[in-house]
Structure formats: C-alpha cells, structure tokens
Design a protein around this ligand. Structure first.
Ligand SMILES: [Zn+2]
Length: 145
C-alpha cells in the first residue's frame, strides 16, 4: 500500500527497500539487520515488540500526502538528489558516455538527448526526457501544495 510512496522516494534519491508482501517478522528482522526505519501504515505491525521503536507511521492513504509527510518529517530536500537512483534496484545510477549506449536506446532518444545514466545492477538506462519536467512539476505541487 506504500508502493507509490516508495517509488517517489527513490525518485528523489532516498534509499528505500520495499516489500509489498512480506511477513511481519521477516520485515522487522531485515530492518534491524540493515539498520532501516520501517515506514508503514500497518497498525498491527507497529505494535510488535521489535518494531515499536523502529517505525514511522504513515497517516494518509494518498501517496501525495504520504510523500509530503515524509519529506517534512525527515526534513528531506526533495530536489537535491532527484533522479540519482534506479527505481527498480534502489542503487545509485552512474553517468555513461552517450556513445557507449547508442545500441541500447531508441534512435530518436539517442539523437535528441545528451545526458544518460545507467544502473550498474539491472542495466536500465535513464535520460532526461519530458517526463522529468512533468515529474518536477508534480513534485512541486506535492511539496508546496
Ligand atoms: Zn537497476
């Protein structure tokens, strides 16, 4: 139920592990092992012994309000690390030379874009297209709206 929040947080560069269907015990164990704070809307989960002091409760079921709540609570600058992380793998993407990825992107993209980044894990290539502008506009509405 926090899938869109997880994606948006990765978009703004936060290190987010996301498990939509994980057993509570396992989730709590993983959080402790990886020293992560649990963001959840699950009122049963937060009452469990090892989650009690290691969670942050998300109030709304609207991802825009969720994102706003998290950004404000943790005092995150949402523009600082925007688009620096692979949305699938949650690891930092690296800038790649345009010529190196010529065969991997559509010709139109290659011809019209200049900045490319690649995920070292899954190989997905990211570029600044119009969706970035759209995303920034949406982010501003969420943060300031
Ligand atoms: Zn990836």
């Amino acid at each position: 139920m926090l899938g869109r929040l997880a994606t948006w947080m990765r978009l703004i560069g936060c290190d987010i592990a996301y498990f939509p269907n994980i057993d509570d015990e396992l989730l709590i164990k993983l959080a402790i092992k990886e020293q992560r704070l649990i963001l959840t809307r699950d009122t049963h989960l937060i009452k469990r012994r090892n989650a009690k002091n290691n969670h942050y409760y998300i109030e709304s079921d609207d991802y825009k309000l969720q994102l706003k709540q998290v950004i404000e609570h943790f005092k995150i600058d949402p523009y600082k690390d925007i688009l620096t992380r692979c949305l699938r793998c949650n690891i930092e993407i690296t800038t790649v030379d345009k010529n190196a990825i010529k065969e991997e992107v559509p010709l139109y993209v290659y011809e019209t874009q200049d900045g490319f980044e690649k995920c070292p894990s899954c190989g997905r290539i990211y570029w600044d297209a119009t969706h970035k502008e759209h995303m920034l506009k949406q982010l501003r509405l969420i943060v300031d709206g």
